[in-house]
Design a protein around this ligand. Structure first.
Ligand code: 9UX
Length: 69
């Protein structure tokens, strides 16, 4: 298992962070996800054989948030 960290911009209420946490947790290959709105950070434990950091990043963006380069 590996852990990926992302800066997540645009989470303006607690619904954003809990919704994103739920969306990430539901992805195939994700073991667990924690999203901290105050810190603008997401931490994702994942199985690198089943999902890649770039797809995790894409999922965050698909949920409507920005991940700065
Ligand atoms: Mo809160 Mo976030 O109403 O997309 S859930 S702003």
């Amino acid at each position: 298992m590996q852990t990926a960290f992302f800066t997540v911009e645009g989470m303006t209420c607690d619904g954003c962070s809990s919704g994103l946490q739920k969306a990430l947790s539901a992805l195939d290959g994700v073991v667990s996800a924690t999203v901290d709105r105050a810190a603008a950070r997401a931490s994702v434990d994942y199985d690198p054989g089943r999902v890649s950091p770039s797809s995790l990043r894409a999922a965050i963006e698909d949920a409507g948030f920005d991940v700065p380069a």
